[in-house]
Design a protein around this ligand. Structure first.
Ligand code: ZN
Length: 116
């Protein structure tokens, strides 16, 4: 079970929240100039990394406010939560603390070394 720390309400169960997908997707500055392929990529294509991911969440069964979170998709650990009007943290803040290059913990990920 995941506990999410709503920046407005405090810690609550994950079941109170809804994931809003990737954060910081910039709207095209001149959408009239996009062709259909470029527009569909803006609307539908999102990154799906294994590791650090900036995403939006809404406290849908609470205050109903949106906020951003930095989550390690390999471990499901939420590393930071910040309000929409706050500056996103630097990626360097999180990549130095990862236990493996892709972000898995040493145990429980199938990422182990066989010793002879
Ligand atoms: Zn809330």
């Amino acid at each position: 079970m995941l506990i999410i720390n709503c920046p407005y309400c405090g810690e609550r169960d994950q079941s109170e929240f809804s994931n809003g997908g990737q954060a910081h997707v910039a709207r095209p500055s001149d959408p009239e100039k996009l062709n259909d392929k470029e527009w569909s990529e803006y609307v539908f294509v999102r990154s799906n990394p294994k590791g650090i991911f900036f995403e939006r969440w809404v406290h849908s069964h609470g205050c109903r406010k949106w906020f951003n979170a930095v989550r390690n998709t390999a471990t499901d650990e939420i590393l930071k939560i910040y309000k929409l009007n706050e500056k996103p943290p630097s990626l360097d803040e999180f990549t130095n603390n990862l236990k493996t290059p892709s972000g898995e913990p040493e145990l429980g990920s199938g990422n182990f070394t066989v010793k002879k």
